[in-house]
Design a protein around this ligand. Structure first.
Ligand SMILES: *[C@@H]1O[C@H](CO)[C@@H](O)[C@H](O)[C@H]1NC(C)=O
Ligand SMILES: *[C@@H]1O[C@H](CO)[C@@H](O)[C@H](O)[C@H]1NC(C)=O
Ligand SMILES: *[C@@H]1O[C@H](CO)[C@@H](O)[C@H](O)[C@H]1NC(C)=O
Length: 639
């Protein structure tokens, strides 16, 4: 089948190169728009639908247009380069993706540094996926409200992963170049629109020679084809497998249950309890606080008088041991702080300050190591290796990494157009060298690394306010940003508000049983015997299906896949956020307090209700029973 692709290009020579008069645009026509901050709306770029001539189905095609002038038809395969007044250029190149009958259009605006560039995409009636990681994580994301949102990794809103990728249910994606000083305005300036803005202003350095708004538009038959192409051509995927035992068995963290009150005795008792209830482990993770001061990477001997002995004993009990670490050094944490400062290892702001803050600076101040400097990478790595050698530590949990923790606006190394998010990339790349047990929690253009990426800390709520439902929506957001090795936060959440109830704990465990990783900190035996029994059976379910999980992880495809992955044109499936697919298994956990049943939507195929002989057809199944001990999951029948 041959598609006839035409780009209708309305040219007014008066607008190109010489004229200083900008045409005013008919708002109805405008979906992508260039705005010159000094002069208001300038030119329009319209993305609209034309029809596939062969079978009449609508597909999305880029149609460029200026409002006035005589239309000229040019073939889209011809690269377009246009020069506008004020040194603004637009270059459009086009690739036909033969194997999947799709198109990849590269759009590059460049302008002087003081010009604001803005393209708006009408979100239409499609569902949209991707976008920034958010505390109140929507899925799909078309209702997300972003007000000139700086697209960097940041603490605010739990934006640990900030891949500027928007994918629509109709098979179109937008992926923005890393060099764009990007802001996104969604549903604020315009309803049902996402406006992508390039502007040289904070948190980006003003020290840029020019501004640019560069992105790729992918146009495919459906969202799955679009996403598969995006992974291959733009997003990338893990170039290897993480540790298999970390997929099969749960991690046991000290954090939520003990917070900072840990020492040798506490950790050993924790390990004994885990074993006595017959739970398997991937590793025990010694979290905050084990350091003598934050950033020392030196054991506090008041808590762990002989860390080698602690680790040896844990290993005798069958545990591997990981330590929690981070990229900060608190002021006053000597002699390490002074050493780092004197050697220029700390991130310095444009104003010349090395001081910033984090959640553990205890009201004083801290500094952030500059991982864009190879010497810092080396210093940090060597100190961690020394800990491993001295005590037999297996690996580390690497916290933070979001660029907002550095003093603002940071002066970093390398191409200025990659600042500030390059700090996230360089940190994550440095620490990924510690091998297959590594966990990180931030990501920027690091989809190729075979490491677990943890969700930012969840709260022990039933609500969308960073509670249980957001485990699924965050997993989907991470997956569709190209990070399939999702490590959900600890079962029951962190208990910052209050510890989880028994019911929340069990439903949380069920929701994450089929995710690539599983972490406990609150423990079943702090509730009652029923919780222990249900938890043991859930861990067994996970082990039973571990080859499904490792197989999915090895494929590089989404492990926690949205339901539409099974049938991308299923309109109903496109809107579903509270179920997910792992290979041929569909998981439908209960996410509502007090509920003992739920509605389940099954996509195309026949689905066997697990542990029964009942087989269900696709479509809605209302109020299927799911008492507290039941996680509903379905296995697709092979035909
Ligand atoms: C366009 O760029 C040229 C060369 O860099 C410069 O001399 C000129 O002043 C610029 N014009 C405008 C309108 O910015
Ligand atoms: C924070 O400061 C308080 C008061 O100075 C001190 O008692 C406490 O130990 C500090 N906490 C940490 C984690 O350093
Ligand atoms: C819980 O189970 C243990 C071991 O089977 C048993 O000894 C104990 O009595 C049970 N507790 C309750 C409250 O049933």
């Amino acid at each position: 089948m041959i598609r006839c692709l035409l780009i209708t290009f309305f040219v007014s020579s008066a607008l190109c190169q010489t004229s200083t008069n900008h045409a005013l645009l008919d708002k109805e026509d405008v979906q992508l728009r260039l705005t010159d901050s000094a002069k208001g709306p300038g030119f329009s770029l319209v993305l609209s639908r034309i029809h596939d001539i062969s079978d009449g189905t609508a597909i999305v095609i880029a149609v460029l247009g200026l409002r006035v002038g005589n239309p000229i038809d040019i073939k889209l395969k011809d690269d377009v380069e246009l020069y506008f007044n004020n040194n603004i250029t637009l270059k459009i190149t086009y690739t036909h993706v033969q194997e999947s009958r799709g198109f990849d259009v590269s759009v590059v605006w460049t302008a002087p540094a003081d010009v604001r560039l803005e393209d708006c995409v009408n979100l239409g009636l499609d569902h949209w996926y991707g976008g920034p990681q958010q505390k109140r994580q929507f899925w799909p994301i078309e209702k997300l409200v972003l007000h000139e949102y700086s697209y960097i990794t940041k603490e605010a809103d739990n934006c640990g992963i900030a891949e500027p990728y928007w994918l629509s249910s109709s098979g179109v994606f937008y992926y923005f170049d890393r060099k764009v000083p990007l802001f996104v305005d969604q549903n604020v300036k315009e309803h049902q629109a996402a406006c992508f803005i390039a502007q040289v202003k904070s948190p980006y350095s003003s020290n840029r020679e020019q501004n640019s708004l560069a992105y790729n538009i992918g146009i495919f038959d459906d969202a799955r084809q679009a996403h598969q192409y995006a992974i291959a051509a733009h997003l990338n995927k893990p170039g290897g497998m993480p540790d298999e035992r970390m997929i099969t068995n749960p991690i046991w963290s000290t954090w939520a249950r003990y917070k900072r009150n840990i020492n040798h005795d506490v950790v050993l008792k924790f390990a004994d309890e885990i074993n006595s209830y017959g739970f398997p482990n991937s590793q025990i993770e010694i979290d905050d606080l084990w350091e003598v001061c934050y950033g020392s990477l030196t054991v506090d001997e008041r808590r762990f008088p002989n860390m080698k002995d602690t680790v040896d004993k844990l290993k005798e009990k069958g545990f591997r041991v990981t330590l929690w670490v981070h990229p900060f050094i608190n002021k006053g944490c000597e002699p390490w702080y002074s050493e780092a400062k004197e050697n220029g290892y700390l991130v310095v702001s444009e104003a010349g300050s090395v001081e910033t803050s984090w959640w553990n600076d205890n009201g004083t101040t801290t500094s952030h190591l500059d991982f864009t400097k190879p010497l810092v990478q080396k210093w940090y790595t060597e100190r961690l290796r020394a800990l491993q050698t001295a005590y037999g530590i297996d690996s580390f949990k690497f916290d933070a990494g979001e660029s907002s923790w550095t003093p603002q606006i940071p002066v970093l190394q390398g191409d200025k157009a990659n600042h500030p998010t390059v700090i996230t990339e360089d940190y994550v790349r440095t620490v990924a060298q510690f091998g297959p047990l590594v966990e990180v929690r931030s990501g920027y253009r690091t989809q190729d690394l075979p490491v677990f990426v943890r969700m930012l800390d969840k709260d022990s709520y039933w609500s969308f306010e960073n509670g249980l439902p957001t485990l699924l929506t965050t997993a989907l957001q991470m997956t569709l940003s190209g990070y399939p090795l999702v490590l959900p936060d600890m079962v029951g959440g962190n208990g910052y508000n209050e510890p989880p109830s028994k019911e929340l704990f069990i439903r949380w465990l069920q929701a994450t049983v089929f995710m690539p990783g599983l972490q406990f900190s609150y423990v079943p035996w702090d509730f009652d015997n029923e919780t222990i029994k249900i938890s043991q059976s859930m861990v067994q379910v996970r082990q039973k299906y571990s080859t499904v999980l490792t197989g999915a992880a090895a494929s590089g495809a989404p492990v926690v896949a949205p339901v539409w992955w099974a049938d991308p044109n299923d309109r109903e499936a496109q809107g579903i956020w509270d179920e997910y697919l792992v290979g041929d298994i569909l998981v439908a956990p209960v996410l509502t307090e007090g509920a003992v049943s739920r509605d389940v939507y099954l996509p195309r195929g026949r689905w066997r209700v697990t542990e029964t002989s009942l087989v269900l057809d696709s479509g809605w199944h209302r109020e299927l029973p799911a008492p507290l001990d039941t996680l509903m999951y379905f296995v697709r029948e092979t035909l």
